[in-house]
Ligand binder design. Sequence first.
Ligand code: NDP
Ligand code: 2IT
Length: 451
Amino acid sequence: MSDSNALGQLLSRDVAEPEFHQAVEEVFNTVQPVLDKHEKYRKHKILERMIEAERIISFRVTWTDDNGDVQVNRGYRVQMNSAIGPYKGGLRFHPSVTQSVLKFLAFEQIFKNALTGLPMGGGKGGSDFNPKGRSDMEVMRFCQNFMAELSKHIGHRIDVPAGDIGVGGREIGYMFGAYRKSQKEFTGVLTGKGYGWGGSLIRPEATGYGLIYFADNMLKNIGDSFEGKKCLVSGSGNVAQFAMQKILELGGIPVSASDSSGHIYDESGITAEKLAFIMELKNVKRGRIKEYADQYPEAVYTENADGQDSNPIWDHPADCAFPCATQNEINATDASNLVRNGVKLLGEGANMPATPEAIDVIVDNGVLYSPGKASNAGGVATSGLEMVQNYSGINWSSAEVDQRLQEIMKNIHDTCLHTAEEYGHRGNYMVGANIAGFIKVADAMIAQGVI
Ligand code: NDP
Ligand code: 2IT
């Protein structure tokens, strides 16, 4: 079967899965030079096999809310590829979660995890449960019932979930407790655990820090640095918060943050003190980003409008942009706005935040661009380091984990550049990331036979 036939078959078989198709098409389009150079990948039908999940588990989650009413949600785990290690990837709790979204995320995770250099396969899971506005006890009951089913399919050498949108330390704690009780054993079955019960230092910070370490490598590669750079950041959750913290440490100036209701733009800069306010607001009070502008009147809050054809957060002057909220948050119009506003570097913290049309605009205009599967890999890489610590029963210091994270991000950066160069796409981090991740997993699949 030709590559385009394989893609056509996917498109016709997996109907109504636009996010999955988008993620697959990007990889299909960029790995063609490898398939042309090495006949074995077509012969062994590697692409066809990679786009078919090894296993997808879908299940009902029933729980009772604080009023005693029964609630029904849908849970999933997509076990996409385990050629190089146990399935590894986050859990997302958000009303927009569908099988398509989780398949796209699990597919991306295959290549991302391969790039880290650690032995982790690709997986992703979650639920359409919306934790927003729910009490701690409601979230706990949901997590316990979700884990009652998920626990049958995971294990510390089988599949190791972690957090993602809507799943942070609180949810990991409730799920870990439920797993431990049901299995009668203490293993590192989840990562992102609290320090003191198996968690790794720096895991909470790792995705945001890793993103900025990666961008710092991109800047250094062209003889530049973060010093004085104005940075647009979207989101105000885990990834955005620690990206802003590291931007500040490296001398840059974050000027925006957002949530699903709107964004704030603070031309004077989000300082360490203002960032502490955001962290308290989001992690403790679970409030809305609008409250930032009430606290700091120099900032402007803009509410999202229905039917808007562009995202106003990307229409401010800046040097760098770091989307850290969700998929497809930058379309072609936003990309043109970024270019017009002087942005020279776009580093993806979220998974697939830019549409294919937006990526074209960004790359065609010479903006340095890093795909999420490379630049947000610090989170899962540090999850891998948490697994190593759990297997060996020791805890590393913050400095040690941070040092390893920095090395991993530099290695991924260099691998992307070298691979892109080797295949005739000098400076294209997206091509480099897709090809390097693909080759590692493809070779493992071939070595292990037709299974
Ligand atoms: P959080 O839940 O901590 O934060 C998500 C942020 O994005 C919140 O500010 C949220 O606003 C906003 N957001 C979520 N969905 C939407 C939406 N549909 N439209 C607009 N804004 C939205 O999640 P994370 O920070 O962990 O994840 C952010 C991104 O980073 C995701 O794409 C995730 O897949 C990716 N990622 C996360 C990693 C991790 O280790 N956590 C690792 C690698 C990638 P609101 O509160 O209003 O929902
Ligand atoms: O998208 C991601 O890489 C994550 N949500 C982190 C996954 C993990 O296993 O730490």
